[in-house]
Design a protein around this ligand. Structure first.
Ligand SMILES: [Zn+2]
Length: 445
């Protein structure tokens, strides 16, 4: 791993408003590495058209492409063409959808992935054209999931559990904030601990799932972003991971961030798919990732399950006790509280989705949304600003659902079989939420 202090700043967010994107600045940085040698003569017209359409939509909505390592010439061509009229793009996407549906000989799993990515593209164009749709309809077309209001009883139950977990004190909100403060570490400690955490999680990932040979990433510290961390896959098994230092960093969030963004989260998934799908199978539609597509549900499901996939709870607690807490200089912290609280927080994930429903479908006043989030999420003002900023971005308004829906979907899958085998399949195959629901149904029947 290399680290750098300065970064021109780009973006991705994921987590409890932990880590994802607004992608508006310096986006060309994402396209540093092209793969002309691999895609010199694509023999599949739909794949080429899909990639060119994605590049054309990026011209209308910067940040639409989460990563791209296809031919540099195609990107330059798209930039030169600029904003192709939306009705023209809509017709092309409709034609592509029909071509793929009728394509003979395309392997079924690949075809399902491809068709659903194109369905998402159609919705992106409708939204760009100014069409008004409900958030649930948007999420269904973009992500192949059902986004629903999460009942407050879930958050109330979480509060009862937190009351048992957190050290005693005044109100639950104050106790929560105090607990987070007790786990904060200064940036010098973050720099010191990052290589330790990365080495451990890389080793465990290699051991359990394998990693492409020569994979690596660079870490950059940035500020003033709507996410906590972001992984930019650059091609060639390399990523750049940015960590936002505007919000306080805690020892537990640092461990979760490395798992989520790198091992065995986003970096692992994209490098593995590059190797297994693009290079080995020539499924070249995977030279890019779209920020608003079903693949995001799988990506965030993997990332939010990443730590538990490689470290059982007791081993994680032992690691905190024997190494991380002492090295961070944190005394008197019970690691059992860290893991117990993390599980409760995961159960309450989805609160931010309610906030998105309030903002877009119910047209509630932002102050009312802040009060709602504060009451149920026990957030402070800085955290509330961060969440509101995230869901206010057109690219993120429905993306917020991918975290908890992705996590719940994969948990349902892992509970029905060998979690390691399924996790590895998710890293290596073109999977959609519909396919996973199918796998679960097959196992249940
Ligand atoms: Zn993420």
């Amino acid at each position: 791993m290399e680290t750098e202090d300065e970064c021109p700043g780009r973006d991705h967010q994921c987590g409890t408003v932990k880590q994802r994107a607004d992608n508006s600045s310096a986006r060309s940085l994402c396209f540093m590495h092209n793969r002309d040698e691999i895609m010199a003569k694509p023999d599949q017209q739909p794949v080429e058209e899909y990639i060119k359409l994605a590049l054309a939509i990026e011209e209308h909505r910067p940040g639409y492409l989460d990563s791209y390592f296809g031919p540099d010439a195609w990107m330059q061509e798209a930039k030169h063409a600029g904003k192709i009229p939306l009705p023209e793009l809509t017709k092309r996407v409709e034609r592509l959808s029909s071509d793929i549906s009728q394509a003979d000989g395309m392997e079924a799993q690949r075809k399902d992935f491809f068709v659903r990515q194109v369905t998402a593209m159609q919705m992106s164009l409708r939204l760009l054209s100014g069409e008004k749709v409900s958030l649930a309809e948007e999420a269904c077309a973009l992500y192949d999931v059902i986004a629903e209001w999460k009942q407050e009883a879930i958050f109330e139950e979480a509060h009862r559990e937190l009351d048992q977990i957190l050290p005693t004190g005044d109100s639950l909100e104050e106790r929560t904030q105090k607990w987070k403060s007790s786990l904060e570490i200064p940036i010098e400690k973050v720099r010191e601990l990052l290589p330790v955490i990365i080495e451990k999680l890389q080793g465990l990932t290699q051991q359990k799932f394998g990693l492409p040979q020569g994979e690596s990433f660079q870490v950059k510290f940035v500020s003033d972003q709507p996410w906590m961390a972001y992984n930019y896959y650059l091609g060639g098994y390399r990523s750049r991971i940015e960590i936002n230092t505007s919000l306080p960093l805690t020892i537990d969030s640092l461990v979760e961030t490395v798992a989520h963004e790198a091992y065995p989260g986003h970096h692992t998934e994209l490098a593995t798919k590059d190797e297994k799908l693009v290079r080995q199978k020539k499924y070249e539609e995977h030279v890019l990732t779209l920020i608003n597509s079903p693949a995001c549900v799988i990506a965030e499901g993997i990332a939010t399950s990443a730590l538990e996939a490689i470290l059982p709870e007791k081993e994680l607690e032992d690691w905190y006790r024997s190494e991380l807490l002492p090295r961070a200089g944190l005394k008197g912290i019970d690691p059992g509280r860290i893991t117990a609280r993390s599980k409760v927080v995961q159960k309450s994930a989805g609160l931010e989705g309610n906030a998105a429903f309030m903002l877009y479908d119910q047209h509630k006043d932002p102050n009312e949304i802040r009060s709602y989030l504060q009451k149920h999420g026990l957030y402070n003002n800085q955290e509330l600003d961060h969440i509101l900023r995230f869901i206010s971005n057109p690219l993120d308004r429905s993306y917020i659902f991918t975290y908890h829906i992705g996590h719940d979907l994969l948990s349902g899958l892992f509970s029905r079989g060998d979690g390691v085998v399924y996790f590895k399949r998710l890293l290596e195959e073109p999977v959609t939420p519909s396919q996973i629901r199918g796998w679960i149904k097959d196992k249940s029947s």
